[in-house]
Design a protein around this ligand. Structure first.
Ligand SMILES: [Ca+2]
Length: 489
């Protein structure tokens, strides 16, 4: 038995004991959502350089999903999907520009609203939905809102903790007019930075969000509140700025060059990035190899800071005893390219964007401490959480509960996962155990096919290779048939 599981023996006995006693566990839900996280950057996902001791501990006491896939290529559509249990072409939220409140009818519940209807106390710390303007009514149902904008007329309690204000050390202050070209230029320059934030760890907003979440947990434990708590971390989203103490943990000269050099993918719709600017970082030109290594080191420093913050939350969970009856879900809202193919940021239907980290720890689940290699989708989260807390799922769900995998992580599951985009390009893709196939609505390349067994970094498009003609036809049929054709038998 792995040492973490031995130490936290309650994690493998709690649920079984409760079920044997004929009791239904009354779980709380803690959702930790972090921004723009490349799963391969985490120690527990096999990264040999980046240190994530707290997430490693969570993975060692929960189920780490190695093949968990988001349904959209960036924040807003991905979150709109996994917080409703509906796919992007159903929500109508297909890009970062689509305002959620205009596309999703008010009677379609989000996960927090649904849990509130079933008696949960709702608390949110930081970003959950894309912005307040996109989802004002969805934020209004929260009993507590911390470190985020508050809807007009919301009457919840004042902030739980007070922090000293932080003096800006940014030598490039914002222009006054937020609608001006100068302001947009300034935002781009801000996003394009990486390195030392010039701030202490405790001065970072992400630290403060975690400290607030830990304080909320202590309060819930004292008051016996059955809660849904969502806690965000803004990193490792750009700008890749971290406190010096985390940056000093990484030597850029020891970072390997990114895999998948710019090579055979001409005409591939995203390749303009490899010769010009990227979204979010290296926005004007490609980095030199030294700049790329320094940016990846800064990304790792951001990840390690986030990990330390999550450690504060997990410690509070353990100290209060809430770990014995709280489901913990850790996820990244989508992946992130770190220089592969000359790509940075997200906004692609390739593996680096599509795959995201997901760790689920349910007290008493038999799979705790084991990885799961089966294909799951983030759209499965709503039905999964509903099953875990013993309530029906909202109607018309487009995912399925993966609770069986939490007890038997090795069992066969979905045969394919899907993604849709309308940001840099418009298209849909399907990924199976062995292949990734994508179709684009316009452009010179209508389809792309990658043989992931032979070419895991997706460098050779074999869509027009006669040897793959049958496979391409089969995947095109599957993409058209959609998610119902890929459900476990
Ligand atoms: Ca994001």
């Amino acid at each position: 038995m792995n040492p973490f599981v031995r130490k936290f023996a309650w994690l493998s006995s709690g649920l079984a004991a409760l079920v044997a006693a004929g009791a239904t566990p009354r779980f709380n839900v803690l959702l930790i959502d972090i921004e723009d996280c490349n799963a391969d950057a985490l120690g527990c996902y096999g990264n040999p350089i980046c240190r994530t001791p707290n997430l490693d501990r969570l993975a060692a006491t929960g189920v780490r999903f190695d093949r968990a896939y988001v349904q959209a290529v960036c924040c807003n559509p991905s979150r709109a999907s996994f917080l409703t249990g509906l796919r992007p072409r159903t929500t109508g939220v297909l890009s970062n520009q689509d305002v959620m409140d205009r596309h999703i009818p008010p009677e379609v519940p989000t996960l927090p609203e649904w849990l509130k209807q079933h008696g949960f106390y709702l608390a949110n710390v930081g970003k959950l939905f894309h912005t307040l303007e996109y989802a004002e009514a969805r934020y209004r149902v929260f009993d507590r809102l911390e470190h985020c904008d508050r809807p007009a007329g919301w009457n919840g309690p004042p902030p739980l903790l007070k922090f000293p204000s932080v003096r800006s050390r940014n030598p490039d202050p914002p222009p006054p007019n937020k609608d001006s070209r100068e302001y947009r230029e300034w935002k781009r320059r801000q996003s394009d930075r990486y390195g030392d934030s010039g701030l202490a760890w405790e001065e970072h907003g992400d630290y403060r969000m975690a400290a607030t979440a830990a304080a909320l947990l202590r309060q819930f434990a004292k008051e016996g509140t059955r809660f849904f708590l969502s806690v965000a971390q803004s990193k490792p989203h750009t700008p890749l700025l971290a406190p010096k103490k985390f940056l000093d943990m990484y030597d850029p000269t020891k970072i390997p060059d990114p895999p998948a050099p710019v090579s055979a993918l001409h005409k591939f719709p995203y390749m303009k990035r490899a010769t010009g600017g990227n979204p979010d970082i290296f926005t004007q030109r490609q980095p030199t190899p030294e700049e790329a290594r320094a940016a990846i080191a800064a990304y790792y420093a951001c990840v390690t800071m986030v990990d330390a913050n999550i450690g504060l939350i997990l410690s509070a969970l353990e100290e209060t005893g809430l770990a014995t009856n709280t489901v913990v879900i850790f996820l990244g809202d989508h992946g992130f390219h770190l220089g592969d193919h000359g790509f940075w940021s997200k906004y692609s239907m390739l593996e680096a964007t599509h795959r995201a980290p997901l760790i689920v720890r349910v007290p008493g689940a038999r799979g705790n401490g084991r990885p799961c290699r089966s294909l799951v989708e983030f759209v499965d989260l709503v039905p999964t959480i509903c099953e875990l807390v013993g309530i029906p799922a909202p109607p018309n769900q487009e995912g399925i509960s993966f609770v069986p995998l939490l007890n038997s992580p090795e069992r066969p599951w979905k045969t394919a996962v899907f993604i849709t985009e309308k940001d840099s390009e418009e298209g849909d893709a399907v990924r199976t155990e062995k292949f990734r196939y994508m179709e684009f609505v316009k452009g010179e390349m209508p389809a792309a096919l990658f043989d992931l067994e032979k070419d895991p970094w997706e460098t050779r498009n074999v869509a027009d290779d006669p040897a793959y003609a049958e496979i391409r036809a089969e995947l095109a049929r599957l993409l058209k048939a959609g998610w119902k054709a890929a459900l476990p038998k």
